[in-house]
Design a protein around this ligand. Sequence first.
Ligand code: DX5
Ligand code: ZN
Length: 220
Amino acid sequence: MIKISPSILSCDYARMGEEFENMKRCGADWLHIDVMDGHFVPNITLGAPIVKCMRPHSDLVFDVHLMISDPKKYIPDFVKAGADVITFHAEADSPVEETIDLIRSLGCTAALAVKPATPAEVAFPYLEKLGMVLVMTVEPGFGGQSFMADMMPKVQALRAEITRRGLATDIQVDGGISLNTVETAAKAGANVLVAGSAIFGADDPKAMIAALRESAAKYF
Ligand code: DX5
Ligand code: ZN
C-alpha cells in the first residue's frame, strides 16, 4: 500500500500545529518528523518535547526519523512523546538488533535507515523484526536536495528479498521525491514516499499529495 509521508522539515515551524492539521486535510497518510542532533548530521531540528506538543494536533501516524548518533538513549522519550514508527540509522552508534528490540518492546514499529554509502544488505538480518526499511535518496541533513536515482538498485534488492521471504515490510524513500522522481522510486519497489519541499512548496499541497499517490500507485 502506498503511503505519503510529508516531511515536516519543510513546514513553517512557527505554525506547526496548523501545518499538521492541514496535512491531514490534504490526504497525507503519515507525518515524517526529522530529528537531527547536529552530530550525526550537520543540522539540528527538534526533540521529543516538540513531538509531544504536536501529538494533539494530529491522529496521523508519526513517522519519526532519528538522524542522531545515540538513538537508543532517546528512543524512550520519543515513544512517550507519541511516536508510532521509529526509524534509526544503521550507521549510528547504537547496536542495531538491541535498538530494534527496544523500539518493539515499547510498542512502536521499528525501522532501519541506510545512508547512500551503506549497502541495503545491512538490513537483511533484521527484516523479520522491521516494519520498514528507509533507503535514503539524499545524504541526510537537509531538505531540497536532488534525488539519487543510483539508490534504486538498493530498493530493488530489498523488495526482492522482502518478497522472497513473504514479508510485508514497507520500503521508504526519503530525499528529492517529487512528481519527477516518484515513479522511479515506486517502480523500484518503494511504497512509503517522504516528500518535504515538493509538498510544502506546492501551491496546492492536496493536489500534490494526490498526484504523488497516483503516480506511485500504478506499481502497487
Ligand atoms: C533529509 C530528511 C528528509 C528531507 C526531505 O535529511 O531526512 O526527510 O526533509 O526533504 P525533500 O523532500 O525536500 O528532499
Ligand atoms: Zn527524513
